[in-house]
Design a protein around this ligand. Structure first.
Ligand SMILES: [Zn+2]
Length: 747
């Protein structure tokens, strides 16, 4: 398996970061976590059949254990420490992979002592590659709990190790090179009746039996390309492997019905069946951007429902459930007192609350309905908007949620609508009305968190907010913008209401209308929020979370509005996501309305795209796996914010240029974040900054910077990203219908 934990750790020390984060709310499956050992490398701890003892592998130079040896650990001890360890291997050579025999009075393990009493040297990394030794001197022995070897089970040349015993006590599974490749084998408990189980080229190893003794779960590296195959064979000829690519598999004990469970890439290993054999817990770094960050995950045996279990430290592996299913032991770098140490931990296992799983079929149902032609694009004040409001109200009612205020979930508002983007709002402008749909989950908590999204969209482009020319009369379905965010709020409402936990916050679920006409609904709600709910501490917004790219890039805005947010985002972001954070509490969507009332805000956004504000923003283009991962992300954030004792509000600089470190220059304007097809509307200019110096005024519409056409705030930000301080560029703008050009010196 991983005979050289110390090697892993020397690798780890380069990346050693002591995480001082509080994991409350995240490792929900692990209660009452206790550290069993203190210092050195302690790993591969496995329970005895009655759960009272562990057998594990230890090396610890400080305790003069210089080469991995097998120790027993008594879990009945009064207190937990390394003093409970008792040597039960010979103390000679190197040992690995021990496991209790069915009687609980003997163990099985692999050792090199018969070949030499010295410690075999670990392989040196080659070309920067981390290597494992598969020492050919390893043979498998049975010993009693006083360190006496009572039987040798293997004696063929080559590697024999990684032995485990079936729960029914009849079989032993192990890994051997006797066929010329690293394969799984079984034998009867007495060492007879040898059978080869796997035969694919690659390292099949680290197997464990299912609780009904019928299946094996294991991990395998399966080199595919000619180059990889050659490298694998060359290394194996030197008794080493490079364990960087491994996936989890299952098969019947006789080797039939081989199934690949994970397709995650990188190293997925140390699998173990859950107590009911329906899931597999394993260690993986597939999410990591730098290789060394192993966390425990759980996955259904059919490969669905991947779920992260551990979130602490950079190394979590070798999970094993106690035979009664009540406890989990594993090895981890958490709670270190010195760098490089790995200790064994035990925790009470708490099954996941199934109501807290995001249901993809519900996300699909919500988005499909809201973005269907029946709702005609949900224009604020239209019949389609009212249908959407009825749908959302029905969801809230089914959950038994209270109205935000008054007797219904609806909060109505009137506003003057700008029918053409060049119009200014005057008394003669047309009056429109809209309705927010808002519910309240009363957890009798001292603080309240708003989770929101806008549900309105562009309708048939009556208000001229489309980016598609001449699209009046075409239905703008708005699947990403923002049926996706609405589906997220509705799922979070269901999860937080129906789960078994009573959170330390009350939640307001707010679906806004009037967003596309200028954040009208959210502004309206923000006006009354602090009067009605003085203990509100945060607002979490989702606007356009449906288009996660292959690179899993997303933007979390508003992280500068509380000192707590950056580390919470870092801690909770989904595996493998490339999350860009932006400090500013001001952005082109509804969280802005709450930031302006001094409330800490976060905004989740998967980025703009070619269908943005076009009739083609449809349900079939939604990345539902992405939406699911983001809603889970927001769920963890909503829990962690609830768990904070105090959430401090901080003001951020409103100027986009100042708050986005990737831009080297600013222009000194306040852009209008609501959408206009004709260019970037200037809401204000700062004294003595480049725009003002060049004569640009409030109300101007910028259409071009240099050679870049500016259609909206996104183009504008893109353009700024390419400009260096001191660059002088022509800026084209429209004032009172007249096109003007001026030179702006950017700084
Ligand atoms: Zn929009």
């Amino acid at each position: 398996m991983y005979p050289n934990i110390s090697k892993l750790n020397s690798f780890a020390k380069f990346f050693f970061i002591l995480l001082s984060l509080n994991a409350v709310g995240q490792e929900k499956n692990l209660k009452n976590i206790q550290k069993l050992t203190n210092g050195g490398d302690n790993a591969e701890a496995y329970f005895s059949p009655n759960s009272s003892l562990l057998t594990l592998q230890v090396s610890n130079p400080k305790a003069n254990i210089l080469c991995d040896q097998i120790y027993m650990y008594d879990l009945q001890s009064k207190s937990y420490s390394s003093e409970n360890l008792k040597l039960i291997s010979t103390g000679k050579g190197r040992t690995t992979c021990s496991y209790f025999m069915p009687d609980g009075k003997h163990i099985i393990y692999a050792s090199t002592h018969a070949s030499s009493e010295a410690c075999p040297a670990p392989p040196k990394p080659r070309e920067g590659k981390y290597l494992w030794a598969v020492y050919p001197e390893f043979d498998i022995y049975i010993a009693d709990l006083n360190g006496n070897i009572v039987k040798q089970l293997t004696n063929t040349p080559g590697y024999d190790a990684e032995a485990v015993v079936s729960p029914d006590g009849k079989k032993i599974a192990f890994t051997s090179t006797r066929s010329g490749d690293l394969e799984l084998w079984t034998m009867d408990i007495d060492g007879s009746n040898l059978k080869q189980v796997t035969n694919g080229l690659g390292y099949d190893g680290g197997s464990f039996f299912s609780h009904d003794s019928k299946k094996l779960v294991f991990r395998s590296s399966r080199p595919k390309t000619e180059k990889d195959i050659k490298e694998y064979k060359d290394l194996l000829a030197e008794n080493v492997v490079a364990p960087t690519e491994m996936e989890i598999y299952t098969c019947n004990v006789d080797g039939t019905d081989v199934k690949q469970v994970t397709h995650l890439g990188k190293a997925n290993w140390a699998p173990f069946f859950s107590p009911n054999d329906k899931k597999i817990i394993f260690s993986s770094n597939h999410h990591s951007t730098r290789g060394y960050d192993f966390q425990l995950y759980m996955i259904d045996v059919d490969g669905s429902n991947l779920k992260q279990i551990t979130w602490e430290s950079e190394f979590n592996a070798f999970p094993m459930f106690s035979p009664d299913g009540k406890k989990l032991v594993w090895s981890s770098n958490r709670q270190q007192t010195a760098a490089r140490e790995t200790n064994v931990f035990i925790a009470d296992w708490v099954d996941s609350d199934e109501t807290e799983n995001v249901k993809p079929e519900l996300l699909n149902k919500h988005i499909s309905y809201l973005a269907s032609d029946e709702l005609k694009g949900r224009l604020t004040g239209s019949v389609g908007e009212q249908k959407a409001a009825d749908y959302i109200s029905a969801q809230f009612k089914a959950l038994g949620l209270k109205p935000y205020s008054g007797k219904t979930y609806l909060q109505k508002f009137d506003y003057k609508v700008r029918l053409s983007p060049n119009d200014s709002i005057t008394d003669k402008s047309e009056t429109n009305n809209g309705r927010n749909v808002i519910a309240y989950l009363d957890n009798k908590a001292a603080k309240t968190i708003v989770i929101g999204a806008h549900y309105d969209h562009l309708g048939l482009n009556e208000h001229n907010n489309s980016t598609k020319p001449n699209s009046k009369g075409e239905i703008h379905n708005g699947a990403d913008d923002n049926a996706s965010g609405v589906s997220g709020v509705l799922e979070l409402a269901r999860m937080l209401t129906k789960n078994k936990t009573t959170e330390k916050a009350n939640y307001i679920f707010a679906l806004f209308s009037g967003e596309e006409d200028g954040l009208i609904g959210s502004k309206h709600m923000a006006e009354t929020l602090k009067t009605l709910y003085p203990n509100v501490v945060a607002m979490i917004n989702m606007d356009m979370i449906g288009r996660l790219s292959d690179k899993k890039e997303m933007i979390v805005g508003g992280v500068g509005t509380s000192p707590e947010f950056k580390k919470l985002v870092e801690k909770n972001k989904p595996a493998g996501f490339n999350v860009t954070t932006e400090d500013s509490g001001i952005g082109p969507t509804d969280h802005t309305s709450f930031y302006l009332k001094d409330i800490s805000v976060l905004n989740f956004f998967t980025g703009t795209h070619g269908d943005y504000h076009k009739p083609s923003d449809d349900t079939d283009k939604i990345n539902f796996t992405g939406v699911k991962n983001i809603v889970e992300f927001v769920f963890r954030m909503a829990n962690d914010v609830a768990d904070l004792d105090k959430l401090e509000f901080t003001k951020t600089k409103a100027n986009a240029g100042k708050t986005r470190p990737k831009y080297k220059v600013t222009m000194g304007i306040m852009p209008d974040y609501s959408e206009h097809p004709d260019g970037l509307h200037v809401d204000g200019v700062t004294e003595n900054r480049p725009a003002q110096v060049a004569g640009i005024k409030e109300g101007d519409v910028i259409t071009k910077i240099g050679t870049t056409t500016i259609k909206d705030v996104y183009n504008y930000m893109e353009a700024l990203g390419k400009i260096n301080p001191g660059d002088e560029l022509e800026v084209t703008y429209v004032r009172d219908g007249e096109t003007k050009v001026t030179k702006v010196k950017f700084e």
